[in-house]
Write a protein that binds this ligand. Structure first.
Ligand code: BTN
Length: 244
């Protein structure tokens, strides 16, 4: 893995995306920064972080995965982070599709953007934000938490970036050729609210429903079974956990 350190950038994902399109990144590369001026979150969200306090990085990997199994990139990333934190004694959960949660609070987020070629994922930009040393967050953020909030310790940002980047690359190589059916249970068992009844808002359905996560598909769709027995297979944009 090659490492590029930047003092400040709009977004490490955007930086890698431009360099990939220009053919300037041709090998596995991690770009990390002390400060993002326009950090991107999932959907329309922004990612906010104090300067010099948190892990803000993106990994460019040349994935060569079929688009129908695109969720393997997400799964490898969230599982690699989950496993690393577990070794450090921090028991997290993955909130579908790939947030890192600690006791119901958001410790980290992942934003994956893929470069496709036909039915193949040619390159993945795996953006990771993990709250390490920041102790206070803006009031409007729903439920943030940092490692320092959890343990009281101060963390070395660069060590984190390197360790996670290496682990994500290794994990993706390991699982790339394993059938998704053989990977899903390990992911599901570490998923926030898996097998628990929760309240969901599903696009196009007026009332909120009670139901539980029962499966995840290779595309990344989640399968929620309502208490009525009805099954809903949903994409990220279509479903939201209420009161999480
Ligand atoms: C989310 O939970 O909404 C995803 C957040 C991803 C944030 C990281 S920070 C480093 C990288 N660069 C970005 O602009 N976003 C990702």
């Amino acid at each position: 893995m090659k490492y590029i350190e930047l003092n400040e950038i709009d977004s490490t994902n955007a930086y890698i995306s431009e360099k990939l399109s220009a053919g300037e990144i041709t090998e596995p590369t991690t770009v990390y920064t002390a400060s993002q001026t326009k950090g991107k979150g999932m959907g329309q969200n922004i990612w906010v972080s104090n300067d010099n306090q948190n892990a803000l990085f993106s990994i460019a990997l040349f994935t060569e995965i079929k688009t129908e199994e695109i969720f393997k990139v997400s799964l490898a990333t969230s599982m690699a982070i989950f496993e690393f934190l577990k070794i450090k004694g921090i028991k997290t959960k993955i909130k579908w599709p790939n947030d890192i949660y600690y006791e119901g609070k958001k410790l980290g987020g992942i934003l994956i953007e893929n470069k496709l070629d036909g039915n193949m994922v040619k390159a993945s930009i795996i953006g990771v934000g993990i709250n390490l040393n920041q102790e206070k967050f803006p009031k409007w953020l729903p439920n943030p938490i940092s490692l320092k909030n959890i343990t009281g310790e101060t963390y070395d940002i660069k060590d984190f970036v390197i360790e996670i980047s290496e682990r994500v690359e290794k994990k993706l190589n390991e699982i790339k050729d394993i059938p998704f059916a053989d990977l899903r249970l390990d992911y599901l068992l570490n998923l926030y609210k898996f097998g628990e009844i929760a309240i969901w808002k599903i696009q196009g359905i007026k009332d909120e429903i009670s139901g539980s996560i029962v499966d995840v598909k290779p595309s990344g769709k989640i399968v929620v079974q309502a208490v009525s027995g009805q099954l809903c297979e949903c994409e990220v944009k279509q479903i939201k956990l209420v009161d999480d």
